[in-house]
Write a protein that binds this ligand. Structure first.
Ligand code: SAH
Length: 256
């Protein structure tokens, strides 16, 4: 069976497919200083089943959100939820890879991406997506980040293998500055965003998932990888989290 199908089966019924939380999405929106009643065009890239998309659609009065994910199964769930929340008209889904977006230059006021940019890499993402933002528009992106200057070798080795771009926040700010943004806000996701909002709920689904797939070797390998990731988090959470970066696209005309 296709590995993607297994990942879809494990994650589709969840509220979110990565660490995060509603108060944190609201905090990021506040830091982005967007006018909530203005007509805004937003893209939520790597939206999963829509945890942030649906909240933003409820909070922003005149928004249109393009919700992008490369898994159509997640987008179908998002659409059903949008209908029951009465915000379906504010959202268009787009099944597409984040490294091949069909957007036009300066199309969006806000680019949003929670727990997803690592799939194409932070630097490539912020560099390639920049042109889709209007000058003065805002990028809100969460990225796995070292939250201390040094760390045990075990966790350094684990994340260097999983995601070599993991780094401290100052290095991420530097990348944002290098690619035409000015950072205007930053905070770190608290522990409950990982444990209560994501990992505990994921752990509760292991059994049903393994049964659904007859405890196949492939399904067990997926659960084992999740278990290892959670074990690492529980042991080493003092050293890393998701950093939430809020950055304004510079208006080059103002820089003469
Ligand atoms: N933002 C959501 C989902 C985070 S999980 C939340 O916070 O709950 C990361 C998401 O990125 C998944 O839904 C996955 O399907 C999607 N994804 C992974 N690689 C992608 C790619 N290359 N292009 C678009 N989406 C991708």
């Amino acid at each position: 069976m296709d590995n993607f199908q297994l990942l879809i089966d494990l994650h589709k019924s969840a509220n979110r497919q990565g660490p995060g939380g509603e108060p944190e999405t609201i905090k990021a929106l506040d830091l982005a200083l967007v006018d909530r009643s203005a007509p805004l065009k937003v893209a939520d890239i790597g939206c999963g089943t829509g945890a942030s998309t649906l909240l933003l659609a409820q909070l922003l009065n005149k928004v249109h959100i393009t919700a992008v994910d490369f898994l159509p199964e997640f987008l179908e769930v998002l659409e059903d939820k949008a209908k029951s929340l009465g915000v379906f008209e504010r959202i268009t889904t787009l099944a597409c890879s984040m490294d091949d977006l069909p957007f036009t230059n300066e199309e969006f006021n806000v680019l949003w991406s929670e727990g997803a940019i690592y799939n194409m890499g932070f630097e490539k993402g912020v560099r390639d997506w920049n042109r889709f933002l209007k000058p003065g528009g805002v990028l809100v992106v969460s990225e796995i980040t070292w939250i201390t200057d040094t760390r045990p070798e075990e966790i350094q080795d684990y994340w260097s293998a999983e995601y070599p771009e993991i780094d401290v926040a100052s290095a991420k700010f530097r990348i944002l500055e290098k690619h035409g943004y000015s950072p205007i806000g930053y905070f770190v996701l608290p522990e409950y965003c990982w444990l209560e909002n994501y990992y505990r709920l994921l752990q509760n689904r292991y059994e049903a998932f393994l049964n659904q797939h007859g405890h196949s070797e492939q399904a067990r390998a997926i659960v084992d990888a999740e278990k290892q990731e959670i074990e690492m988090y529980e042991k080493c959470k003092a050293y890393y989290s998701y950093g939430v970066y809020i950055a304004r696209k510079l208006n080059k005309q103002n820089l003469k």
